[in-house]
Ligand binder design. Structure first.
Ligand SMILES: [Zn+2]
Ligand SMILES: [Zn+2]
Length: 204
């Protein structure tokens, strides 16, 4: 939770602050089961608070180290997270003097879910931080772009075993290639006639 009391409610007032917080656990700060900042690990926050008419605009950066594993070879890896975010925290009474709540009932229902409010001059960064960190993290983390992953036959790590291969002809792979060609041919045929069913009937 961050305090905005020092900022005051005068529009235009601005305040910068830096703080180190501990990453929250359950759910982990990141993509569950893939990659995330371990619970309790430091998250460095640089924030800029700006007082505006309807609330406080928070702009910031979060830096942390996320841990996960390579999706190809399953080796542990770390990713430096550098996430930018910006969020408006409205005064709870902002609606009273701002836009009319009765004007757009349908839109307001959606808006309120995404809106954040100040509570007694305090705001909670956690959900904003979560969204920003998830966006900054790779969905498919790899130890390196060229990671060859694991051998599909025996599970050995290919990067550590250059030249590794199995001599037996892989029948499954040959079958897959044949299948891929069939699918491509099929797609071409379908694209040729817009309504093949109709054409065929007319020909007969
Ligand atoms: Zn890897
Ligand atoms: Zn192998």
């Amino acid at each position: 939770m961050f305090d905005t009391h020092e900022l005051g409610r005068r529009p235009g007032a601005m305040k910068r602050l830096s703080r180190s917080v501990e990453a929250p656990g359950s759910p982990v700060l990141g993509i569950d089961g893939v990659i995330g900042v371990p619970e309790g690990a430091p998250v460095e926050l640089d924030l800029r608070l700006e007082s505006v008419m309807e609330g406080v605009l928070v702009t910031g950066t979060a830096r942390a180290t996320a841990e996960g594993e390579c999706v190809r070879c399953l080796e542990p890896l770390t990713v430096e997270v550098d996430a930018d975010f910006q969020e408006m925290f409205s005064y709870p009474d902002a609606d009273d003097r701002g836009r009319s709540t009765a004007a757009e009932p349908a839109d307001d229902a959606e808006d309120d879910e995404d809106r954040f409010f100040l509570e007694d001059g305090l705001f909670d960064l956690e959900s904003m931080l979560r969204d920003a960190v998830v966006l900054a993290l790779p969905m498919q983390p790899v130890c390196k772009e060229t990671c060859a992953g694991l051998c599909s036959e025996c599970g050995i790590r290919l990067d550590e075993n250059p030249g590794h291969h199995h001599d037996a002809v892989d029948i499954r792979w040959a079958a897959l290639q044949g299948l891929a060609e069939t699918v491509q041919d099929g797609e071409k045929d379908n694209m040729g006639g817009a309504e093949p069913g109709v054409d065929e009937k007319q020909e007969k």
